[in-house]
Design a protein around this ligand. Structure first.
Ligand code: MG
Ligand code: ZN
Length: 216
């Protein structure tokens, strides 16, 4: 047992400025008739694959823009673009999350009224993205069965600040003996009411239910 734990409190000013920018984004989305969804999760959890699966279901119905946040590459945006979806890349360099101002800059030369739906793939990291509002309608946390059993227990704040939890890669659960019920129990201990959906973005299992839940 550790005998010394230090709590760090990041200054509130930083978050205050972001909240202002987020409110600006939210108003812009509202005026443009856009619903925006922020997808958060660690590297390798299947955020891009989930966006691809959702785009396949929704691209005939809505004009979609995908905003990809990544430290350095355009891999994710390229994958989504291959589905005929417009994309914008934000390379954050050293920043391990997107903030509302980055979204503003990324969207400033885009005619937003042509879109009805924006998927924002946040930087692959389950910690700080949750602390930065982007002005979206929904924040979805993606966890997957391949990340081990403690992803939820170790990131309670991220769950608290999200609107929905998606457990991805359920097609692999049996093979690796992953207890999805236990993971859902962990979610319930943090937030008794947050909706949890089990999907496989690869096989498509659960995607229709998720699309319905998103109320498109
Ligand atoms: Mg990705
Ligand atoms: Zn960060």
């Amino acid at each position: 047992m550790t005998d010394r734990t230090i709590m760090i409190d990041i200054g509130k000013d930083l978050f205050g400025a972001n909240e202002e920018a987020a409110a600006h984004n939210a108003e812009l989305f509202r005026q443009s008739g856009i619903r925006a969804i922020d997808i958060m999760g660690s590297v390798g959890t299947g955020k891009t694959q989930l966006i691809e699966a959702l785009c396949e279901k929704l691209r005939d119905k809505y004009r979609i823009l995908m905003v990809a946040g990544d430290l350095a590459t355009t891999i994710d945006a390229d994958r989504v673009a291959s589905h005929g979806v417009d994309t914008v890349q934000i390379n954050t360099g050293t920043a391990c999350h997107l903030d509302a101002r980055m979204i503003q800059v990324a969207l400033k030369d885009i005619e937003l009224s042509q879109y009805q739906l924006i998927f924002i793939e946040n930087v692959g990291n389950l910690i700080c993205p949750a602390g930065y509002s982007l002005g979206v309608d929904k924040k979805i946390v993606v966890v997957s069965v391949t990340e081990g059993p403690y992803m939820v227990k170790k990131h309670p704040l991220t769950i608290k600040r999200a609107d929905m939890v998606v457990i991805n890669k359920i097609d692999l659960a049996d093979a690796i003996g992953f207890d999805m019920g236990a993971l859902e129990t962990d979610v319930r201990e943090v937030d008794a009411k947050i909706p949890v959906y089990r999907v496989s973005s690869k096989t498509g299992e659960g995607i229709d239910t998720l699309v319905e839940a998103l109320d498109f």
